[in-house]
Design a protein around this ligand. Structure first.
Ligand SMILES: [Zn+2]
Length: 766
C-alpha cells in the first residue's frame, strides 16, 4: 500500500519531531504471544519477598549465616605439605532448623579420584609435544586432596560426617534452631601442588636456583558452605571452574613457616614485633607516612641473601580478620616487600606488594602504585575500602583474589626486559584482582552460580580504574598511548564475540561451567553491557548513583542477579528490563542500519495524488499541504522554487489566525527540506538509535532516539525530518558505542570503501 503523504496543518505545526510518530507499520502474526522485547521480566525474576524486596534491597527478613574460624596452620617447606587444625563456630541466623552442616573441601578437586578430569573432552591429536604426552598419558596424577584426620565437637567427640567429593556433610548432635551456635573441629593435611606445572589457584612455584619455593596458599582449609534464602545450602560441587560461595566470619589464624620466610595474608598482623626485625619495624613506620612512593620493608639485597640458605628454625605469624568471607596467605624466603599509605576519606589504608626478585624491575616500579590507584578508583565507584590493607603478590601465571590479598602475573625476562604487553598485563591483572576485594569479597555474590556477578561487575569497574590509572600515572603508559589501552570495556571490543557463531555463545545468565568462551561470557560481555548502560543508555550520573546504591545496599551481604537488576532501575527511574532481557538472557547481537532515505518537496498546489486524497476524505483540496517524493512529478520544479513551509499560503493563514505575534516569533526556523529516513534492525538486540546527520554545509547533528523506538516494530522504524539545511549523510552509531556487529549498513549514502574496522571484522568472522 502506498503511504499517505499528507498531514493536516494543525498536526504539522504541533511539532516537527513528532509529526509522523504514530504512523507505524505494525507486525501482525496469527496467534501472537507477548514476545515484546520491552515486556517486564516477571517470568524470569523470582518473586520479591520478605528477604529480598522488589526494589532490589535486602528485605526486613534478610539474614545471613556467620562462620568464625580459629586455625593453626603449618607449612613443611621440605616436603611441601600443609597441616591444619581449625575450630569453626557456626551461627544459624536463618529462621530454619538445620540438621546438618555442609563444609567445602575444594582441594579434593586435586584428589586422586577427582572426577574433574573425567568430564573434559579429550581427543588424540596427530602431533603434540612430549610434555603434553607425558602429562596426558604417562604421569601418575598428583595426590592433592584433603586428608581429613578427624571431625570432632569441642569436647573431642567424633562427629559423623560424609564426604561427597568436594563437599562434606557434618551431622549435628542436635538440630540447630534459629539463633543457635555450634562449634566443631577439623584436623587435616594435604600435599601442596606446584601451580606452575599442575595448575590451580593455590600452590607453590619452584625456583631451581637455590632450591626455593614461593607459596600462594588458598582454599587450604575446610570452609563452610553458604546457607541462604535462595539456595538453601549452596553445595553445588567444585569442578575447578566456578569459584566460591562463602559466608562472612571472623578469623584468627596462626601460620607457622620457616623462620627466614616473609609472610603476609588476610587480616591484621597481631604479632608484628615478634616477626619483624628492628629495621623492618623502622621501615614499616616510614611506609605508613609515605603517600606517594612505596617504602621497601625487605629489599632485594636482603631477599637475595635470604634465598641462599635455609633456616632450620620456625616462626609463627598471627593474623586476625573481621568480616571476611575467606582467608589467603603467601610465604617465601624469596620475597621483597614494599608498602605505601593511601588516604581514603578519613582513613589510611596500606597498599602492599610481595614479589620474588624475578618480578623486578617491573614490580618494584608499578605493583604498589597500581594497588593504591585501584583502592581510590573503586572507593569512588562504590564505597571506601573498609579493610586496612590490600596486598598484591607476584606469582607466575596467576590472577586470583582473596580478601586483602591477591596473586598476579607479569614477569620480565631473565635480563629484566619486558614488553608493553607484559607491563599492561601486569597492571591490569593487579587492578582486576585488587578490585575483587569489592566484587565478590565484600559485595558477596555467589560465584559458584553466577560468575558474571563478580567478574563482570569487577571487569567493568576495572575498566574505569584503568582509565584513572593512565591519567594518574602517565609515566606508566607507552609513548604512543594517550590513555590506558583497556582490553575489555569499550563496546567495539566485544563485537567479534557477539557476532560470532551462535553455537558457541551462551547467555550471560548461565552457570560458568556450562558456558562457551568463558572470558567473553562472564567478563567481557557483562562489563561491556555496563559500559553501554553508563555511557549510552543511562548516562554517567544516573548509572554511577545506581551502581553505588547497589554496592552500598549489598556491602557485607549476599546479593543475587535480581538484586542488581532491580536496584539499577530502582535508583535511576530508567526501565532497563529490555536491556537485561536482551544483553543478559539472550545471545542476540546489535545490528542497526539505515535502510532508505526518501526526499520530499512541500507545496500547497494540489496535484493528482493529493486531489484524490482530498476527495476521499471529503476535504477541500486547497486547504491541504502536499509532500512530493523525489522522482515524482513536480519535485524538481518545486525544489527549484525553494519554497519553505511557512511560505505556503494556508500555513501562513493558519499561523496568523491561531498565534499571537509574540508566539509567531518563537516559531522554529522555516524548514525547506523534508526526509523520511527508515532505519532497519537485522540484529535481535534492542538499543538506542544513535544517529548523526551531516548537512550540506558540513555541520553535523546528533540525535539519540531511545531504545523504545523499537517497541512496536522490532525490524524497522522511520523518522520524518524537516530541516532548513540539506542532509547529505546519515550515520548510525558513529562512535561504535552499541557493539553493532555489522557496520556495512550504518551509513547513507553507503560508503564505497569499507573502513579498516569492517575489514578487521570480515577477516575474523567465520
Ligand atoms: Zn576476576
Amino acid at each position: 500500500m502506498k503511504r499517505l503523504k499528507y498531514f493536516l496543518c494543525a498536526m504539522l505545526l504541533a511539532s516537527f519531531s513528532t509529526y509522523a510518530q504514530d504512523d507505524v507499520k505494525p507486525e501482525r502474526e496469527q496467534g501472537h504471544t507477548n514476545q515484546n522485547k520491552f515486556k517486564q521480566l516477571y517470568d524470569e525474576f523470582s518473586t520479591p519477598n520478605v528477604f529480598r524486596t522488589g526494589s532490589g534491597a535486602p528485605g526486613p527478613g534478610y539474614y545471613q549465616q556467620q562462620a568464625d574460624y580459629k586455625m593453626d596452620i603449618e607449612i613443611d617447606d621440605a616436603t611441601a605439605k600443609l597441616y591444619g587444625n581449625e575450630t569453626i563456630t557456626y551461627t544459624n541466623n536463618s529462621p530454619d532448623e538445620l540438621k546438618y552442616l555442609w563444609v567445602q573441601l575444594d582441594q579434593n578437586v586435586r584428589a586422586k579420584d577427582s572426577k574433574t578430569p573425567l568430564i573434559s573432552n579429550s581427543v588424540v591429536r596427530p602431533a603434540t609435544t612430549s610434555s603434553s604426552v607425558v602429562k596426558s598419558y604417562l604421569k601418575e596424577s598428583f595426590d592433592g586432596g584433603f586428608h581429613i584426620e578427624h571431625v570432632k565437637d569441642t569436647n573431642g567427640k567424633d562427629l559423623a560426617h560424609t564426604i561427597n567429593r568436594t563437599m562434606m556433610r557434618v551431622e549435628l548432635p542436635k538440630a540447630m534452631q534459629s539463633g543457635d551456635q555450634f562449634s566443631f573441629q577439623i584436623k587435616w593435611w594435604y600435599n601442596i601442588n606446584d601451580h606452575v606445572k599442575d595448575g590451580g589457584r593455590s600452590g607453590y612455584e619452584y625456583f631451581e636456583e637455590n632450591d626455593n619455593r614461593a607459596y600462594v596458599i588458598a582454599q587450604f582449609y575446610p570452609r563452610m558452605a553458604v546457607y541462604n534464602d535462595v539456595e538453601g545450602w549452596q553445595n553445588s560441587q567444585f569442578w575447578g571452574r566456578d569459584e566460591f560461595a562463602l559466608p562472612f566470619g571472623d578469623f584468627d589464624v596462626n601460620i607457622t613457616v620457616p623462620a627466614d620466610h616473609i609472610l603476609d595474608g588476610t587480616g591484621v598482623l597481631t604479632n608484628r614485633e615478634e616477626v619483624f626485625t628492628k629495621d623492618m619495624m623502622k621501615r614499616y613506620k616510614k611506609a605508613k607516612k609515605s603517600y606517594d612512593e612505596p617504602v621497601m620493608i625487605v629489599t632485594q639485597d636482603e631477599a637475595e641473601k635470604a634465598e641462599k640458605s635455609k633456616s632450620k628454625k620456625k616462626k609463627t605469624w598471627k593474623l586476625s580478620a573481621k568480616m571476611v568471607r575467606d582467608f589467603g596467605f603467601s610465604t617465601s624466603r624469596k620475597f621483597l616487600w614494599d608498602m605505601m599509605a593511601v588516604k581514603l576519606g578519613e582513613k589510611d589504608v596500606m597498599a602492599v606488594s610481595l614479589y620474588p626478585k624475578e618480578g623486578n624491575p617491573l614490580w618494584e616500579e608499578w605493583s604498589t602504585k597500581a594497588v593504591a590507584s585501584t583502592l581510590k578508583s573503586y572507593s569512588r565507584m562504590t564505597f571506601d575500602y573498609p579493610y586496612h590493607k590490600a596486598i598484591s603478590v607476584h606469582a607466575k601465571q596467576q590472577g586470583m583474589e582473596y580478601p586483602m590479598i591477591c596473586w598476579n602475573y607479569g614477569r620480565p625476562d631473565k635480563d629484566g626486559n619486558y614488553s608493553d604487553r607484559v607491563k599492561y598485563g601486569m597492571i591490569s591483572v593487579i587492578i582486576h584482582e585488587v578490585g575483587h576485594n569489592w566484587f565478590p569479597m565484600i559485595i558477596n555474590s555467589d560465584e559458584r552460580q553466577w560468575t558474571w556477578m563478580d567478574e563482570g561487575l569487577n571487569t567493568f569497574t576495572q575498566y574505569v580504574a584503568e582509565q584513572d590509572f593512565g591519567e594518574w600515572y602517565p609515566k606508566a603508559l607507552s609513548a604512543n598511548d594517550k590513555t590506558y589501552p583497556s582490553r575489555r570495556g569499550p563496546a567495539k571490543n566485544i563485537v567479534r564475540y557477539m557476532g560470532g557463531k551462535q553455537d558457541f555463545i551462551a547467555p550471560i545468565m548461565s552457570k560458568g561451567l556450562n558456558t562457551y568462551q568463558f572470558g567473553n561470557n562472564a567478563y567481557g560481555k557483562p562489563a561491556t553491557g555496563l559500559n553501554i548502560l553508563r555511557e549510552t543508555v543511562m548516562g554517567r550520573e544516573l548509572f554511577d548513583y545506581s551502581f553505588r546504591e547497589y554496592a552500598n545496599r549489598w556491602m557485607f551481604k549476599h546479593p543475587t542477579p535480581e538484586d542488581f537488576f532491580r536496584t539499577m532501575e530502582d535508583a535511576s527511574a530508567i526501565d532497563l528490563d529490555w536491556f537485561w532481557r536482551g544483553w543478559f538472557y539472550t545471545t542476540d547481537y546489535t545490528d542497526i542500519g539505515v535502510k532508505s532515505v526518501k526526499k520530499f518537496a512541500v507545496t500547497s498546489t494540489p496535484n493528482e495524488n493529493g486531489k484524490q486524497i482530498a476527495e476521499r476524505n471529503n476535504i477541500d483540496a486547497k486547504t491541504l499541504i502536499y509532500f512530493i517524493e523525489e522522482g515524482e512529478e513536480g519535485y524538481e520544479e518545486t525544489m527549484k522554487k525553494g519554497v519553505t513551509m511557512n511560505d505556503l499560503p494556508t500555513v501562513k493563514e493558519y499561523i496568523m489566525d491561531n498565534f499571537t505575534p509574540a508566539e509567531q516569533k518563537e516559531m522554529k526556523e522555516t524548514p525547506k527540506f523534508f526526509y523520511e529516513v527508515t532505519f532497519e534492525k537485522p540484529g535481535g538486540l534492542v538499543m538506542p538509535l544513535i544517529v548523526e546527520y551531516t548537512y550540506a554545509d558540513g555541520t553535523k547533528k546528533r540525535e539519540t532516539y531511545p531504545a523504545q523506538i523499537w517497541r512496536l516494530n522490532d525490524k524497522e522504524v522511520s523518522k520524518a525530518i524537516a530541516s532548513n539545511k540539506e542532509i547529505v549523510g546519515v550515520m548510525v552509531d558513529p562512535d561504535l558505542e552499541t557493539a553493532d556487529v555489522d557496520t556495512s549498513n550504518n551509513a547513507w549514502p553507503k560508503e564505497v570503501k569499507a573502513s579498516d574496522f569492517d575489514k578487521f571484522k570480515e577477516s575474523t568472522r567465520d
